[in-house]
Design a protein around this ligand. Structure first.
Ligand code: 1CP
Length: 360
């Protein structure tokens, strides 16, 4: 187990565990990356996945927003991608400029499962990710906690079957509705890989974890309960056991983000997660009512598009959001990631407004 500097800012860990905070902590989904000029400078024309796999580069990219917004941001998230689990399972994926990830040979029929490795050795195949987490944690020197993450099984099934981002989800839907047994086989294998990858990220130094179910909203409530929720629950149930086996703390806060699945909040509060991340379609007060007195911290949920508004509008929206959620049991975030076109100065103003309205 590597030894790291003590944390100087543990706000997010306290908020996640329901402990009292003097200010609501903040981080932003996709806080590193394409909207930052310094990202382009460092990445240059290097391949995206090569950048993730190079610990020196990935750690530099992870820390860029922490440096730029020094003192305004309360967590770093490791520079990587949800698609590294499919890569470990044997998929070849190219990150195409201006288009996103493209799989060379997506799964189109249950027979295709024979072409991939359903039991990849996650501790060996993704060893670069652990090196990058450990180095980033060393470089952070206790400034803020470091978050690790995975894509949830259903979201990864979408990419593994569609082969890229999708509007219609034709192939993913074909898998769950025409080949449900094979779909469950793939979801279970992916789920096992997710648990192991999360656990190994903690061994390497991750201090909090998020599970991204980015395509949750493509499923109706019934199908969400069949193809997403059981695996999200398994992750939350199996992770602490695996962490114990590995001899590391099982007190690591765990967040789930089911984008677009507004109907699932009540169930997600019972799914074993410390935090539930919300997209911007939620009214904060309504979300609080659904949570009731359950010990769940909410995260979210500003529409990232608000960054295109005036300074005054940004401040007003932040104020309303924080008033709606309250300062305790709350982690401020966007309802989804930054866009590549965003002005970093607007993001800074957002963060400053969060400090202004998010303090006791
Ligand atoms: O600061 C950070 O958040 C950086 C780390 C990070 C994370 C947490 C990246 C870097 N990607 C992710 C997660 C991720 N990747 C998700 C879940 C969050 C979400 O819903 O946005 C998803 C769905 C992906 C898949 C993915 N990777 C896409 C979307 C494709 C689509 O249209 O469906 C894209 C464009 C990528 C590439 C990617 N990942 C990360 C960056 C900075 C980039 C852009 C690469 C580049 O061109 O420079």
């Amino acid at each position: 187990m590597p030894k790291f500097a003590p944390l100087k800012n543990d706000l997010i860990l306290r908020a996640a565990k329901g402990q009292k905070v003097e200010r609501a902590p903040i981080w932003i989904m996709r806080q590193a990356g394409r909207y930052l000029p310094e990202y382009h400078e460092v990445k240059g024309d290097r391949d995206f996945f090569q950048s993730c796999q190079d610990a020196e580069i990935a750690s530099t990219l992870t820390i860029q927003p922490i440096d730029r917004f020094d003192g305004l941001i309360d967590a770093a998230i490791i520079f990587s991608d949800i698609l590294v689990i499919p890569q470990a399972m044997g998929f070849e994926i190219n990150m195409v400029e201006g288009k996103g990830p493209v799989f060379a040979d997506p799964l189109r029929h249950p027979d295709d499962l024979a072409k991939i490795d359903l039991k990849p050795d996650i501790s060996k195949k993704l060893d670069w990710a652990y090196k990058s987490i450990t180095l980033t944690r060393e470089k952070l020197n206790g400034r803020v906690p470091l978050l690790g993450f995975v894509g949830a099984p259903w979201t990864l099934l979408v990419y593994m079957t569609e082969g890229q981002g999708s509007k219609m989800f034709r192939f993913a839907k074909q898998w769950i509705f025409e080949y449900p047994d094979a779909a469950h086989k793939l979801l279970q294998a992916t789920c096992d890989a997710c648990v192991e990858f999360l656990a190994q990220q903690v061994v390497a130094g991750a201090q909090m974890l998020q599970v991204f179910e980015s395509w949750a909203g493509e499923l109706g409530p019934d199908d969400f309960n069949t193809f997403s929720l059981p695996y999200l629950k398994q992750i939350a149930a199996k992770l602490p056991k695996r962490l114990k086996e590995l001899g590391v703390t099982d007190e690591i806060p765990l967040t789930v983000f089911g984008k677009g699945a507004w109907y699932s909040l009540d169930d997600l509060c019972e799914a074993g997660y410390d935090c539930v991340s919300l997209d911007w379609t939620f009214d904060p007060k309504v979300a609080r009512k659904i949570v009731g007195n359950r010990r769940v911290t909410l995260q979210g949920n500003l529409d990232p598009g608000v960054m295109y508004g005036s300074d005054q509008l940004i401040e007003q929206k932040v104020k309303e959001m924080i008033n709606g959620f309250g300062i305790q049991n709350y982690i401020i975030n966007f309802g989804h990631g930054t866009h590549p076109f965003m002005n970093p100065d607007k993001i800074k103003l957002f963060l400053e407004s969060c400090h202004k309205y998010g303090s006791e």
